[in-house]
Design a protein around this ligand. Structure first.
Ligand SMILES: NC(=O)C1=CN([C@@H]2O[C@H](COP(=O)(O)OP(=O)(O)OC[C@H]3O[C@@H](n4cnc5c(N)ncnc54)[C@H](OP(=O)(O)O)[C@@H]3O)[C@@H](O)[C@H]2O)C=CC1
Ligand SMILES: CC(=O)N[C@@H](CCC(=O)OP(=O)(O)O)C(=O)O
Length: 344
């Protein structure tokens, strides 16, 4: 497969390169950048010396349509909404890592992102790429909306319980922590070393753009009513997300029923590792496409607490995007993704 990458100079883009240079069926034919066109990838990222040295060029949708079988878009929100209408033509498959095609309507997107995205007719063509839950639809689409990093860990934690009607969907609270790569490579005051190091803080409380994505997907995939309080935190590490999700169990639900719901949902799913009763660390999935999930039933409060860890740039972005590409091209979903986590 001939692959193009738009936004190759960002953290998600360079992670796509790391995964795709070793993918047995993929051949990166072009990498695109707005601000760094003309430079080679190794100038921008010296760790790619002798590994991937192609030059970056200005975005050219006509060229992409002609020479690529698939294009990954890893740009900030508000960009792919403009690009996709110029790309959806012929055989080309589009995988958007940004949030532009995840929400159901342009109005909902505008409300939470404060920007414009593509028209409704394009949003209607997008399939939400939560690989473990939507594989059939993913296989048949030409426009894939790759999930957000926080929603990936949260949805994998809660969908089995909501589907089996074990929890009250309106009682959900998600407390989430992310490493700083989640905010992208561009310098900003909020991600400056001195601001982040030896500190932890919440941000975008009650207004984070992943809240409607989580609610919408829980509702679409289970038909249940949901209301989610979602609070993200920034922690001083490079990669990793830990989500702690709380929900009230329905009357009489047992630990065995909770365990059975998880086992059934993730039987045969290679990238979800169930670890009941454990305390998973972000370090234990670092650099890999795994999502590790643990749960604890609190009989005293009647709540279940689900812990999930992912690497935000792998399962939370580039890794899941490649997993979805595999599904879209009829390949085994693990192709090119069987990395052991880097530990310690
Ligand atoms: N980082 C993460 O953990 C995750 C990120 N995402 C999403 O993936 C997308 C990319 O994120 P991330 O890699 O962190 O971001 P970065 O800020 O690290 O990179 C952004 C990329 O977009 C390009 N870009 C910026 N502005 C424009 C523009 N106006 N037109 C075209 N290209 C542009 C930049 O290229 P250049 O400056 O060279 O032109 C750069 O390659 C975002 O939408 C993000 O929300 C999703 C899940 C997880
Ligand atoms: C640590 C950090 O800042 N993380 C980002 C996650 C970005 C992301 O994935 O947002 P999209 O919906 O635009 O893809 C954030 O909270 O906004």
């Amino acid at each position: 497969m001939n692959i193009s990458i738009i936004g190759a100079t960002g953290y998600s883009g360079v992670e796509l390169i790391r995964l795709l240079v070793k993918h047995p069926e993929a051949n990166i034919v072009a990498v695109y950048s707005n601000s760094q066109a003309g430079k080679t990838m190794q100038e921008v990222y010296p760790h790619l010396t002798h590994i991937f040295t192609d030059s970056l060029t200005k975005i050219d949708c006509g060229r992409i349509r002609k020479e690529a079988d698939a294009v990954f878009i890893a740009t900030p929100s508000g960009i792919s909404g403009q690009l996709v209408p110029q790309l959806l033509d012929g055989k080309l498959k589009v995988i958007d890592v940004s949030g532009d095609f995840r929400l159901a309507t342009p109005e909902l997107y505008n409300k939470w992102y404060g920007k414009q995205t593509a028209a409704q007719e394009y949003l209607d063509q997008a399939v939400y790429g939560l690989s473990e839950w939507n594989a059939d639809a993913i296989r048949g689409t030409k426009l894939l909306a790759n999930p957000g990093c926080y929603p990936t860990a949260t949805l994998l934690s809660l969908l089995p319980l909501l589907k089996e009607d074990l929890i009250d969907g309106t009682s959900i609270i998600v407390d989430a922590k992310s490493g700083v790569t989640g905010a992208g490579r561009s310098a900003s005051l909020g991600t400056h070393f001195c601001e982040v190091n030896e500190s932890i803080s919440a941000y975008k409380v009650a207004k984070h753009q992943h809240t409607p994505e989580i609610e919408q997907t829980l509702n679409h995939l289970t038909g249940k009513e949901v209301l989610v309080s979602f609070t993200p935190h920034l922690v001083p590490m490079n990669r990793g997300i830990l989500t702690t999700s709380y929900a009230t169990l329905k009357e009489g639900v047992t630990n065995e029923q909770v365990a059975a719901a998880f086992s059934e949902a993730y039987e045969g799913k290679p990238f979800v590792r169930l670890r009941p009763g454990a305390y998973p660390k972000t370090k234990e999935v670092y650099g890999s496409n795994y999502c590790d999930i643990a749960w604890h039933v609190d009989d005293r409060t009647g709540r279940v607490i689900v812990l999930a860890v992912i690497d935000n740039v792998v399962k939370g972005a580039a890794g899941q995007a490649v997993q979805n590409m595999n599904l879209m091209f009829g390949l085994p979903e693990t192709t090119g993704l069987e990395f052991t986590p880097v530990y310690p």
